[in-house]
Design a protein around this ligand. Structure first.
Ligand code: THU
Length: 128
């Protein structure tokens, strides 16, 4: 199995999701092959919950990583779940048009370019 997919599945085991019981893992790969993981972390004040993809992205940036190639997102459902809208925006902000690999419960994957999931993104060009 692709190590990035494996890392996303492994990160999912750390999810803190007592309210939704929907466990998500994410793994972000840098241009030089490093992998940074994240899982969703929920709050009793639901709106404070942070998605796995953003935890992985902030983890990577906080460690000094800046250039990214791919992100894998693992859930426990049969049909691969794509990142939410907020995560699509933040992945665009920090990673640009990278590959997004969706990993289903049985480990099968589906890959999209972020621009397929987020056409016409808002970014600094939009403010020119
Ligand atoms: N969640 C993620 O971690 N990533 C997404 O892209 C969609 C949603 C989490 C947030 C919350 O803990 C749970 O899944 C249900 O929405």
């Amino acid at each position: 199995m692709d190590p990035l997919t494996q890392a996303a599945i492994g990160a999912r085991a750390h999810a803190h999701a007592p309210y939704s019981n929907f466990h998500v893992g994410a793994a972000l790969e840098t241009d030089d092959g490093r992998i940074f993981t994240g899982c969703n972390v929920e709050s009793a004040s639901y709106g404070l919950t942070m998605c796995a993809e953003r935890v992985a992205a902030f983890h990577a940036v906080s460690q000094g990583a800046r250039i990214f190639k791919r992100i894998a997102v693992a859930t426990g459902v049969a049909k691969p779940a794509p990142p939410c809208g907020a995560c699509r925006q933040v992945i665009w902000d920090l990673c640009g048009d990278i590959d997004v690999i969706l990993v289903s419960a049985n480990g099968t994957t589906e890959t999209f370019r972020l621009s397929q999931l987020l056409p016409r993104p808002f970014d600094d060009h939009s403010m020119a």
